[in-house]
Design a protein around this ligand. Structure first.
Ligand code: DX5
Ligand code: ZN
Length: 231
């Protein structure tokens, strides 16, 4: 799909890491019907992070079900050999970690060169300054508020980093995305600091299922309302 025009309004991006792995198509359709703005896809390689999820063929299979924006978060190293495969799989946004290799600048150029929006992710231990020279090469900065690898972890407060990034970005059309431990309790903190994309896995999928998706909608609405009240 065509990515909507840039906006800083709050967007909720459920992570399908918390979906039923035997029923991804139906889960994606359910979260979108229940109000998801984007669909967040966590790719893990068992090397950069201590967990394995799925690769380009699976992402390609998700594509026809995603009617909003497919936001693909790579927790893999190296990244560059796989960029074309994720472009062919239909990623709208492809995010690589700054810690995943020595040449993030080249990686971001290659992602845009392959026709996708380019994201850069920062682990909790990595300072905002790591992206200071990448701001004109990126469309999204993903601030990890957990150490990547697993859903359902406890939120790590990164509000000072988010505020610093918001100031660095200025008027550039760069999203600030928060990933990890986002709930109705933590969403206001990150929204107030300047985040506009909130990834949430366990807090969206809890209590619901494909057969009973209404809790997904209530969970998305609760996060959106809590974030909206803070900005
Ligand atoms: C963590 C992933 C996250 C994760 C978020 O490595 O990048 O996207 O699924 O899950 P919750 O919202 O449960 O912390
Ligand atoms: Zn993620």
């Amino acid at each position: 799909m065509a990515i909507p025009e840039f906006s800083r309004s709050i967007k909720i991006a459920p992570s399908i890491l918390s979906a039923d792995f035997a029923d991804f198509g139906a889960e994606i359709r359910a979260i979108e019907a229940q109000g998801a703005d984007w669909v967040h896809v966590d790719v893990m390689d068992g090397h950069f992070v201590p967990n394995l999820t799925f690769g380009p063929p699976a992402v390609k299979a998700f594509r026809p079900h995603v009617k909003t924006v497919m936001d693909v978060h790579l927790m893999i190293a190296p990244v560059d050999p796989y960029i074309d495969a994720f472009a062919e799989a239909g990623a709208d946004i492809l995010t690589a970690h700054v810690e995943a290799g020595p040449h993030i600048h080249r990686t971001l150029q290659a992602i845009r060169g392959a026709g996708m929006k380019a994201g850069v992710a920062l682990n909790p231990g990595t300072p905002a300054e790591a992206v200071a020279h990448l701001l004109d090469l990126t469309d999204l900065i993903c601030v990890m508020t957990v150490n990547p690898g697993f859903g359902g972890q406890k939120f790590i407060d990164m509000t000072a980093k988010i505020s610093a990034l918001r100031a660095m970005i200025g008027d550039r059309p760069v999203h600030i995305e928060i990933d990890g431990g986002v709930t109705p309790e933590t969403a206001p903190l990150v929204a107030a600091a300047g985040a506009d994309v909130l990834v949430a896995g366990s807090a969206v999928f809890k209590g619901g299922s494909v057969a009973d998706p209404a809790p997904y909608g209530a969970n998305i609405a609760a996060i959106r309302a809590a974030a909206g009240a803070a900005v």
